[in-house]
Structures are given as structure tokens and as C-alpha cells.
Design a protein around this ligand. Structure first.
Ligand code: PRX
Length: 663
């Protein structure tokens, strides 16, 4: 679509309505003709022998030593892939491209919030990664030592991750939007030996100090012996002698050459904390050979990526798994050129994404439904300011996409010519599991379609039997290369969470789903106490524990409530200490308190003051009933409640709040 040609107003609404009536969207003929995969037989071939299929993709990587066995399932669910093989992720992402003569290719067109630009080439990354790897080694960091990374969206975050991978030090990246107290917790759990951070971070024109906030907790963490500080915003910060070093000085002082360590295929590549059903986040452990095989293959085939000509942009933050797999490891393993943007989608204005798509000639764009809904709200005039004609494929991830947002994306951003790939996966799966192959699969708005070749997914009932076309639980029946290998230092919780409900060989996803008559998967949402806010996972227990840590709070129960902007929003039912009643000032205090403990993304959108919470006779809070109240549904069974009156009081309060909001 050329600038200025987007439909708007009534015409746009009409076209959206028409598209919503269309059940299926076949791959455009021209797209299919040029696609890397366009023969449906690929599904059968992969299904016949998935292990062989994955081995074929592993062969696309560089191995220092071949593997002895592709899949070792002798200790399920502790699977091993490419046993005996040796490789290095940093070598695969950098050295082999430089050796192949494409060192001058841009790996990232980086754009700063204030419009600064840096083109980072493969050779440039290779140079910096080697130096940082040497600097870390000089500080005694080696294979197996965890290195924390708490950085904004700047190229140094990629250098930091790959420097760790180069020397076999698993990284533990914490999303920049999490509070320093969350960073502390994650460093503590993983016993990190070093932390790579920045002086400050920029967000929407403001600069927020990072290093001083980090210093506040580091004193309590004896395991951290080294802190590397990127001078990002030019802030003056205190440096602790013997522990802290500036990133740029460290690079300058370090040796230029650092050979990539040949690492076992099962060597830990990273740990990434994500929310589970309890207040304690889970350290998802990914290893090297299988993960890299999975992310490279899915980057190539789900996005139909042709590294020589495509410009790829995954708009996630590197602090989430999407950033790990589809900003860093997948695209770099494929030798792709990507865009990396430091700022928010509405800064400096709401057209920044489209401006950058135009500027860098982006061909493949991957984002989250929540972001698409924001763009829809802002209006089609913003994308219409720019030429988006280079785009040829669009992707989404993180939550179910509502058909209207899908259709808007396809029409307004994709100009009807771009297939939309809705990709279902998780931090645990490491890479995309259910998604169309854009040259083969007909898409249906709202469905992630069918499993990637080599992946076996099913929807089952509580007994583990095929649920047919009824709603049930999503499971994965066969191991896949990028799967999590363990929860960091918590194998019991790993088995219990994922491989106990249906036995040690069936992975329990934790999502509800259904399949339609064509076998397409429709993922509905979580079945555990995990809330998905704007595609970000939070546990109700984690938020509750942050709220009750406020001295004036006696008790709290948190639920996810359907929200038209963020998919789900956090709604907290709170009982205060003593006779105190809640007011707006107290709501503000609680929100601030949660922001400090976890991060702004965990702040409750709604707080309902409750004199008491609905509990069973044994004292368990019945969140199901709170969900019913919040959604305005008829109440489910209340007979097991200790005090059924609690519910009528709460209903009145919620109804009063709704009236206030409507007024
Ligand atoms: O509930 C599913 C939802 O996000 C969860 C995984 O969250 P996380 O580990 O943070 O990873 C997000 C990015 C990979 C899933 O259990 N989810 C993710 N993608 C989709 C989705 N739900 C529906 N459709 C999707 N495409």
C-alpha cells in the first residue's frame, strides 16, 4: 500500500466487515510460488520421521563435532537432543557468516528513540562479541557461570547475549520493564556471577536511572562479582572499585580474538524466568543445539525468510522469549537483516513503526495482537502516512488474536497481499509450535492453524483422550528440539508442572484450546492462574504477594479480566487492615507498590475493596467466583462458601464501580 491510499472511516469499516465474512485466506498465488516451502507433502515427510526431519535442520548449522544420537529419550521427560555433538551458538550467529564473506551485511538497523541510527554489521557484532567475551573471561567467568543482563533495546544487549554464548556462560536476561527488585530475585535464584546493565534507560523522551537502582540491591547479593555498565544515556553513575567496569573501557582493554568454545549440544544457553502458578517465577532452561535448530528452522519457514533480500522486524523486547528467539538467535543464525527499535510504538508519534518499515524497507513484520489493537484504535491514518509496499508477510504472537484485529492488520498494514502468520508457542517451547506455513496453509483469522512440521499437538479431555472438536486441554505428544530441558535447579517442579498430568511423555501446555473440523487449532487461553496482559505472562500469586506486602493490606485476590485493549487486565480484590476503607489515594499507593515490587506491567487496572473474600470452608479463596463477578456473569456454585453473603456484598460493589465508570 502506498502512502495515503489506506481506506478510512466508513469505507474501512465496510471492507473489514466483508473480510470478516471470509472464513479462509489462501496463500496468495505469487507468494506461494516464491515461498521456500510450498509443497504440502512436507507435513507428511516430517510426520513420518520427525527425528530425521529435525536432524536435517540441525545439519544447516555449524557443528564442531557431529552428534552420536539425534534424540535420547531414555530419561524422559529429561530429553537430550544431538547427544555428543559440539557447537557454539555465537559461532553459528556470527563467525560462519563472516567466514562466508557476508560480514558487511547489516545484522541490525538500530534506531534510537530520538532518531539516532546505527547499522550494526555481522563483522561489527563479531568484533564486539569477542572483546566482551574476553572481558568476561578476564573476570573469571566461564562455562556454566550465569550472567544477568538488564539492558534496554540497544545493540549492546545482543553483544552481551552472544558474548555469554561464546564462552558457555548461560545468560539470564531480565526485561527492562521489570523492577530492580525483580532483577534481584532473578539474580538470586540463578546465583548469577555477573550482571551487564546500563547507566540509564530512555523511555518516551525521559531518562530513568538504572545503575543506581541496581546498586541498591547488589550489596545484598554476594554472588555478583562483576558489573559491566553500558554508557547509554551518558549519566554519571557511581562505580564500585574492583567490581564495576564500563562496557566501552572493557572492550577497549580486552584482547580482540576469542575463539568460540565448542560446547556440548546440551550445554545451557540461557535461563529465562517466566511466571507460573505460584509467586515464584520459573527459570526456564534452554540448551544449545536443539534450541538453535528449532529457532533457525522456524525463522526460516514460518516467516519464509530469505536473508539476502528480506528485512525482518520482530517488535518484541529482547527481555521476553520472543526477543531471544526472533530478534537474536533465529534471525542471526539465518544471517538475516533485522530492525531493532529502542522506543515505544507511540513515540515520538504513533506512526513510528510504519515510518521505520518504510525507512528500512521491512518485508516481514512480527508483533503482538495487543499492539495491533492499539494501532487500530489510533487509526489507519498513521500507517497511511508511509509506504508499506515492501511488506510481504505479517506475524503475530503472544495471545489469541481477535478476528477483527487480524483482518485490520491484513488489510491496513498488509494491503491484502501479505499472509498473516498467527504463531502459538511459549517461553517453554523455545520456538514456534503451531503456525501456518505461509506458502502452503490457508489461514483463518483467530486460529494459529496447524502444528509446524515435526510437531505433534492434540486437544484432550481431562482423562487425556482426544477431545474431538470439543474444548479441551492442549498437549504436545512428542519431544521437540527447542523444548525447555528443565526448570533451573528445580527438576521436581519441572516434572510436576509439565509432565505429570498426562504422564512423562506428554507435555502439558496449560492452555485451553479446541480443534475445528479441518483440524485447525484455536487456542483459548490459560487454564492455570496465569494472566496474559498484553501478551505478557503474570501469575496471580505473584501479584497477590506484591499487594499483600503493602503494610495496610490484609488480604488480596487477583484475577485476569477480559480487556479489549490488553486481552486480559489485572483486577485485584483487596481487604485492608482494620476498619480502613479504600479510596483513590490508596489505589494509587497500591499500584505504585506493585510497580516497585514487580514492574509497571503488573499494576492492577482495577481495585475492588472487599470486606471479605469468598472462601471455601478450608480457607481457599475461590477465584472462579471473583472472575464471574468481574465479568458480570451469573455466579457459579456458591454452596461450598464459608459465608455466601460475601458474594452479594462484592457484587454490589462491582456493580457500583461499573455504574461509576459508565457515568
Ligand atoms: O496462552 C498462550 C499465549 O501465551 C502463552 C505463552 O506465554 P509466554 O511464555 O510469555 O510466551 C509468549 C510468546 C511466545 C501461551 O501459553 N499465546 C502465545 N501465543 C499465542 C498464545 N495464545 C494464542 N495464540 C497465540 N498465537
Amino acid at each position: 500500500m502506498k502512502a495515503g491510499t489506506a481506506p478510512s472511516g466508513e469505507e474501512l469499516e465496510k471492507q473489514i466487515e466483508q473480510l470478516l465474512d471470509q472464513e479462509r485466506f489462501d496463500p496468495p498465488a505469487k507468494f506461494a510460488e516464491n515461498a521456500l516451502l510450498n509443497d504440502p507433502k512436507v507435513y507428511e515427510q516430517a510426520a513420518e520421521d520427525p527425528v530425521k526431519w529435525w536432524a536435517g535442520h540441525a545439519e544447516d548449522l555449524h557443528w564442531f563435532e557431529d552428534w552420536d544420537e539425534v534424540l535420547d529419550d531414555s530419561q524422559a521427560p529429561f530429553y537430550k537432543w544431538f547427544r555428543g555433538g559440539k557447537l557454539n551458538a555465537s559461532y553459528n550467529c556470527l563467525d560462519r557468516h563472516v567466514e562466508a564473506g557476508i560480514g558487511d551485511r547489516v545484522a541490525f538497523h538500530w534506531r534510537g528513540e530520538e532518531g539516532e541510527e546505527r547499522d550494526v554489521t555481522y563483522a561489527g557484532l563479531h568484533r564486539d562479541v569477542q572483546r566482551l567475551a574476553n572481558a568476561l573471561k578476564d573476570r573469571g567467568i566461564g562455562p556454566g557461570d550465569v550472567v544477568g543482563i538488564y539492558l534496554p533495546m540497544i545493540p549492546e544487549v545482543v553483544v552481551a547475549m552472544l558474548a555469554c554464548a561464546r564462552i558457555g556462560a548461560p545468560h539470564n536476561v531480565v526485561f527492562g520493564g521489570f523492577s530492580p527488585s525483580s532483577v534481584k530475585e532473578r539474580m538470586e535464584f540463578s546465583e548469577a556471577k555477573a550482571l551487564i546493565t546500563a547507566d540509564a534507560a530512555r523511555r518516551k523522551g525521559k531518562t530513568a536511572p538504572v545503575k543506581p537502582a541496581v546498586d541498591d540491591f547488589l550489596g545484598e547479593l554476594p554472588s555478583i562479582e562483576t558489573v559491566v555498565v553500558v554508557k547509554n544515556a551518558g549519566e554519571d553513575v557511581a562505580m564500585t572499585e574492583g567490581r564495576d567496569l564500563w562496557y566501552h573501557e572493557a572492550l577497549e582493554a580486552a584482547d580482540a580474538e576469542c575463539a568460540a568454545e565448542p560446547l556440548d549440544a546440551e550445554h545451557p544457553l540461557y535461563v529465562l524466568y517466566t511466571s507460573g502458578s505460584t509467586a515464584k517465577p520459573k527459570g526456564i532452561l534452554h540448551t544449545t543445539g536443539g534450541y538453535l535448530t528449532g529457532v533457525a528452522a522456524t525463522t526460516r519457514y514460518v516467516f519464509d525468510l530469505k536473508p539476502e533480500t528480506d528485512v525482518f522486524w520482530c517488535s518484541a523486547d529482547v527481555g521476553w522469549v520472543t526477543g531471544h528467539s526472533y530478534i537474536v538467535y533465529g534471525p542471526l543464525a539465518c544471517g538475516a537483516t533485522s530492525v531493532m527499535y529502542e522506543g515505544a510504538p507511540d513515540y515520538p508519534d504513533k506512526d513510528i513503526w510504519w515510518k521505520l518499515c518504510d525507512r528500512y524497507g521491512v518485508t516481514i513484520f512480527y508483533t503482538a495482537p495487543t499492539a495491533i489493537r492499539s494501532c487500530m484504535k489510533w487509526g489507519a491514518d498513521y500507517p497511511a502516512r508511509h509506504d508499506l509496499s515492501t511488506l510481504r508477510l505479517l506475524g503475530t504472537v503472544g495471545e489469541p488474536i481477535n478476528p477483527k484485529a487480524w483482518v485490520w492488520y491484513h488489510l491496513v498494514i498488509g494491503g491484502r497481499r501479505c499472509p498473516v502468520v498467527d504463531t502459538w508457542w511459549q517461553t517453554e517451547t523455545g520456538h514456534i509450535m503451531i503456525a501456518p506455513l505461509p506458502g502452503i496453509t490457508a489461514t483463518k483469522p483467530g486460529s494459529a492453524t496447524t502444528p509446524f512440521p515435526g510437531i505433534e499437538a492434540e486437544v484432550v479431555d481431562e482423562e487425556g483422550d482426544d477431545a474431538g472438536t470439543a474444548q479441551g486441554l492442549l498437549v504436545l505428544r512428542k519431544p521437540w528440539p527447542g523444548m525447555l530441558r528443565n526448570l533451573y535447579k528445580d527438576p521436581d517442579r519441572f516434572k510436576e508442572t509439565y509432565f505429570s498430568k498426562f504422564g512423562p511423555t506428554t507435555y502439558f501446555v496449560g492452555d485451553a484450546a479446541r480443534r475445528d473440523d479441518d483440524g485447525y487449532f484455536w487456542v483459548i487461553g490459560r487454564v492455570d492462574d496465569v494472566i496474559n496482559v498484553s501478551g505478557h505472562r503474570l501469575s496471580t500469586a505473584e501479584v497477590e504477594s506484591a499487594i499483600v506486602s503493602h503494610p495496610k493490606v490484609a488480604e488480596a485476590a487477583v484475577i485476569g479480566q477480559t480487556d479489549e485493549d490488553s486481552g486480559q487486565a489485572i483486577c485485584a480484590f483487596v481487604t485492608l487492615e482494620g476498619e480502613r476503607g479504600g479510596d483513590d489515594e490508596m489505589v494509587a499507593q497500591l499500584r505504585e507498590h506493585v510497580a516497585k515490587r514487580i514492574g509497571k506491567l503488573a499494576r492492577p487496572k482495577r481495585v475492588v475493596w472487599a470486606d471479605d473474600l469468598p472462601k471455601t470452608r478450608s480457607g481457599k479463596i475461590m477465584r472462579r467466583l471473583l472472575r464471574d463477578i468481574a465479568e458480570g456473569r451469573e455466579l457459579g456454585d456458591v454452596t461450598t462458601l464459608r459465608d455466601p453473603d460475601v458474594m452479594s456484598q462484592l457484587e454490589e460493589k462491582v456493580a457500583a464501580r461499573r455504574d461509576e465508570a459508565d457515568a
